[in-house]
Design a binder for this molecule. Structure first.
Ligand code: MG
Length: 391
């Protein structure tokens, strides 16, 4: 049965892993979706190539890495304007980390559906983002696979019956690696995720398990559940994408293949099931489902993120900013793997600002985290370069 009209979509972060898979879904289900416009962070040519199947749609590059052809707009303001396009039914926020915050808030100025893949936005400014959605009547729907799972498990249930959210974590590439080898793991090793194909930032975050820590904060804001009722369990098969425990002791879990196109399509459609998005999970082929407690000695980032979460105020924004800087430095070869969490811990521990209540104050906490982490990376890198060893 044809729908009344197509769902109009704006994609922020169109050249990243989630963005390009979203464009594939929009192109494959053209009867359902219409692309209105797309934003890329830097890659002008990559954006043009990504938009080839969509002639005539609006294109914005925030900070172009090369010459910009006619018809492509440039800058953060243009990105915010596109995000705020009143014709868009859905704005997908993908990629960009903290840089996605301003266009996210611009989108939430009206009652649209915000499909959020960039967890950093909720981590740094969860209160501001959820308050903006409440004010305008916008709906925030998750794209992150764990949160999409929880969203699906909660459908038709009452909020007061929810006892606990269970986020599953694959454990990443270093779940069973000897602890002594972790400090010097290379970017290549950290980027070899066993189950999921994702962008480099989130893949390194999965290796440290900072990703799961950020996801605990993301879940808190998406589902309005206190931190004491959000748990993490390692599940190496990545078949159970997360679960909800209800007051009667029942647990409901969502299972599926590890393919982001499933949660992307579900978020774009507002929860409607589109036929054949991914192949179904072959349960017999999966064979066994294993679950284990995360080891805090192996994954200190998880406890660090939880601590910042419970502290609240600007602490999660500082944690997130320091982590973005440290991960980028690790990927450039300026930081050892073990130093990523060390930098984040040090920087977050040194923050003592008052809880931010405005966008400017959130951005100040973010800037504090970035500056401090940048300085620390510089010190560690210089010490390594001069052969002085490392902390
Ligand atoms: Mg996830």
């Amino acid at each position: 049965m044809p729908s009344a009209r197509q769902t109009r979509v704006v994609v922020l972060g169109a050249t990243g892993s989630i963005g390009s898979q979203a464009l594939e879904i929009i192109s494959r289900y053209r009867g359902q979706f219409e692309l209105l416009g797309a934003v890329a962070g830097h890659g002008t040519q990559a954006l043009q190539e990504a938009l080839r199947p969509f002639p005539g749609v609006a294109a914005v590059v925030v900070d172009p890495d090369g010459p910009v052809p006619a018809g492509v707009q440039v800058g953060g303001d243009a990105a915010c304007q596109l995000a705020a396009d009143p014709r868009a039914d859905v704005v997908l926020v993908a990629g960009g980390g903290a840089a996605a915050l301003l266009p996210t808030l611009a989108a939430l100025d009206r009652p649209c559906r915000l499909a959020i893949a960039t967890k950093e936005v909720l981590v740094m400014a969860g209160e501001l983002v959820t308050a903006a959605a409440r004010r305008s009547g916008a709906e925030i729907v998750p794209v992150d696979s764990e949160h999409s799972a929880i969203w699906q498990c909660l459908r038709g249930e009452s909020a007061q019956d929810v006892a606990r959210l269970w986020l599953t974590a694959s454990g990443g590439p270093f779940r069973t690696a000897p602890l002594t080898t972790l400090a010097d793991a290379t970017p290549e090793m950290a980027l070899a995720h066993p189950n999921w194909k994702m962008g480099p930032k989130v893949t390194v975050d999965s290796a440290t398990m900072m990703n799961k820590g950020l996801e605990v904060i993301e879940a808190h804001f998406l589902f309005a559940i206190p931190y004491s009722r959000i748990s993490v369990v390692i599940h190496p098969q990545s078949a159970v994408h997360s679960a909800v425990e209800f007051c009667d002791g029942t647990m409901v879990a969502q299972l599926g293949v590890a393919d982001m196109r499933a949660p992307i399509a579900l978020a774009l459609s507002g929860g409607r099931r589109l036929p054949g998005v991914v192949s179904p999970l072959d349960l017999a082929a999966v064979g066994r489902l294993e679950f284990e407690e995360p080891d805090p000695g192996r994954f200190p980032a998880l406890g660090l993120a939880r601590e910042a979460a419970v502290r609240g105020g600007g602490a999660p924004a500082v944690l997130n900013a320091a982590n973005e800087v440290a991960v980028a430095a690790f990927l450039r070869g300026e930081l050892r793997f073990g130093e990523v969490v060390e930098v984040v811990s040090e920087v977050t521990g040194s923050y003592s600002g008052a809880p931010p209540t405005t966008l400017e104050e959130v951005l100040a906490a973010d800037a504090f985290g970035r500056t401090m982490a940048g300085e620390m990376v510089g010190q560690l890198d210089r010490r390594a370069a001069t052969g002085g060893g490392r902390l």
